[in-house]
Design a protein around this ligand. Structure first.
Ligand code: SF4
Ligand code: SF4
Length: 623
């Protein structure tokens, strides 16, 4: 059953930017909202799904979410989709034609850039899409603005008949502030109007629509000159006047409270005439924007002299500690080099997988294999690239493990001809953009072994449901993808598809060894759930019998964070070889009894903490 919550009427609330956007989407009378989870925007749809009065969904990828929103707009409903910055790359095919058709019901696209790269593979600046697609871009600076600009974006979208991009950053998405909210309005959709010249984008229909795209852009530019979303903060220190967009407004106000600031809320198209007038009132203009020099370039092209990325970094957040020395240098002041403070000696704590994560078994097994190239993908399993497994060789984009594996297979020369090519992909990533790659592998007779890690969750973003879980965004039962059948339908022979328990190391190792020997596509599907989802059932925990532990360190290679090295030593073998020893203990309160570390422990030193439950250890033979 859908879970809904009672939403307070107009109120003063303490909300993150994501909360505030969700609240405004709901208040705007939106009927359809869709997204694919991605940090930092995930929470928007999670929060919206608890509201009543609208359809919310996790879509299989961002392109589908945008198309769902467009379909709702076509019938006259207000619609919304949300994604992280790289998601808009996936959705851009829809965006670049949606800008030609225009929209009917208000359509807002929230895109969250990960400035500072806390959880992403790149730091691209989504404001480019506004320029590329000729659609307006709104940039809030805090939660209150995230709320207000979401509402304004729907109105702007309906005035201009255009999708509107709401550009967020990690700081806006996650920082909380006071927001004055309102109440939901209900809007009855006008209904779909059949009009092939509007909606059927064949060349003969699309070409006549192109001028309307530029007329709309001109209207947005005129609006940018007068909208209250763009305003000037008057201050007395006119040596430098700042032009800001998005969260940089807050940073500049904090660092230079006496300086005049031109704040852009509707930043694309930029109000160049207003900016020209502002520039005439100050000695020097400094454009502070994250991350690319877009406004700076546009202002310079319009003949407005300004500084920007010549004095400010082009990567990362432009926080006060970054701005202050840069601005002092621009003013001609001598800025002493910061005093060198030696780094504190702290114990290294690299990112790792969870205790008993089913991926541990997969990466332990892969780490024992020789002569293998492992093409990876996006998800928590990307951590397989790290210590102690070092069992992932590439990670590019959603679903890329398939195509890159096929390319390696087809492109390899003599030096790689005896290597096995393995692709590793998670369940949600597979459905997002990976299954097309598997089809390409089978269709083009690739020699790739695919490890499909079905942990029944979008693990990295918090365990959201996907078509493989059989539940929708509300947790209600729905159709469930059968991965084995899906892979067979995509052309993998039935006998080359194995569904295995990743906690059974010998079985997994045997299957991998056999399938990588066979020169045709094969798929090994692991079937244990993410330990953080509510269906996971922990078992009896384990402990280490100290007097039996030989310090071989095999269990440490599993990579479970519940295993701690308590003592290190060295011994000289009879052969004269020096060997490192690692003696361990298991944090029993953290251990969930998955049994993974038991299997490579030859002296059977790992036993159930409750002796009655002792089991024979399963020997795992290294190859
Ligand atoms: S049995 Fe071993 S691998 Fe599994 S959770 Fe416990 S310590 Fe970790
Ligand atoms: S695998 Fe067994 S013997 Fe080796 S370090 Fe771990 S507990 Fe000790």
């Amino acid at each position: 059953m859908p879970v809904t919550q009672t939403v307070p009427a107009a109120a003063r609330m303490f909300l993150s930017g994501n909360d505030a956007v969700a609240r405004a989407v709901w208040e705007a009378g939106t009927r359809v909202a869709a997204a694919y989870p991605g940090t930092p925007s995930t929470e928007i749809l999670e929060i919206l799904s608890r509201h009543s009065g609208l359809h919310t969904e996790w879509s299989v990828n961002e392109k589908v979410s945008m198309e769902v929103a467009l379909g709702a707009s076509m019938v006259g409903a207000r619609a919304f989709c949300a994604m992280k910055h790289v998601g808009l790359n996936v959705a851009s095919d829809a965006l670049m034609t949606m800008t030609v058709t225009g929209t009917e019901g208000g359509l807002v696209i929230a895109v969250a850039d990960d400035v500072g790269m806390s959880s992403s593979q790149n730091e691209q600046d989504s404001r480019y899409w506004g320029r590329f697609a000729h659609v307006p871009v709104l940039e809030p600076a805090d939660s209150q603005e995230a709320y207000a600009m979401t509402l304004a974006a729907f109105e702007l979208s309906e005035r201009l008949k255009s999708p509107v991009i709401l550009r967020l950053t990690t700081r806006i998405c996650h920082v909380k502030g006071v927001v004055h909210t309102g109440e939901r309005i209900e809007i009855e959709p006008k209904g779909f109007v059949k009009d092939p010249r509007h909606w059927v984008m064949v060349p003969g229909n699309a070409k006549p629509r192109l001028p309307s795209m530029f007329e709309r852009e001109a209207a947005a530019r005129a609006e940018a000159e007068v909208t209250p979303l763009n305003f000037q903060v008057e201050r007395s220190d006119r040596r430098i006047g700042f032009v800001t967009s998005g969260p940089t407004f807050m940073h500049v106000r904090e660092a230079f409270p006496d300086a005049p600031v031109f704040k852009l809320g509707l930043s694309c198209p930029p109000p160049l005439e207003s900016l020209r007038r502002f520039a005439a009132t100050v000695d020097t203009v400094l454009v502070v924007e994250e991350t690319e020099p877009l406004l700076e370039t546009e202002m310079k092209a319009a003949g407005i002299a300004c500084h920007g990325k010549d004095v400010l970094p082009r990567i990362g957040e432009l926080a006060p500690d970054v701005l202050e020395p840069a601005v002092r240098r621009l003013r001609g002041e001598v800025v002493p080099e910061p005093e060198h403070v030696p780094a504190q000696q702290v114990f290294p704590r690299p990112p790792t997988m969870c205790v008993a994560c089913p991926h541990l078994g997969v990466y332990y097994t892969l780490s024992q294999m020789r002569n293998v190239i492992i093409s990876g993908d996006i998800g928590c399993y990307t951590l397989g690239a790290g210590h102690p497994w070092n069992a992932l060789d590439t990670c590019i984009s959603m679903g890329a493990s398939m195509g890159t594996a096929l390319g390696m297979d087809k492109g390899r020369g003599k030096v790689d001809e005896n290597k096995k090519v393995v692709a590793v992909i998670g369940d949600s990533t597979f459905m997002h953009m990976g299954m097309q790659g598997l089809l390409d592998i089978t269709w083009n007779r690739g020699n790739v072994t695919v490890l499909l890690l079905d942990n029944r969750a979008v693990g990295m973003t918090g365990g959201q449901d996907n078509p493989g879980t059989g539940r929708d965004i509300h947790g209600a039962e729905t159709t469930r993808v059968d991965f084995a059948k899906l892979c067979e339908a995509l052309g993998v022979k039935k006998e080359r598809i194995h569904v295995l328990d990743p906690y059974e190391l010998p079985v997994l190792f045997k299957a991998l060894r056999e399938e990588t020997k066979i020169e045709e596509p094969s798929v090994i599907i692991t079937n244990r759930p993410c330990v953080l989802i509510d269906h996971y059932q922990p078992a009896k925990s384990y402990t280490v019998e100290e007097d039996r532990c030989t310090g071989c360190g095999n269990c440490v290679e599993v990579g479970c964070p519940a295993i701690h090295v308590t003592r290190r030593d060295k011994v000289i073998k009879a052969s004269g070889k020096e060997v490192d020893l690692s003696f361990v203990r298991i944090e029993t309160s953290a251990c969930t009894g998955c049994g993974l570390c038991v299997q490579p422990c030859a002296p059977a030193a790992i036993v159930h903490a409750d002796p009655v439950q002792n089991v024979q250890s399963v020997q795992f033979v290294r190859k």
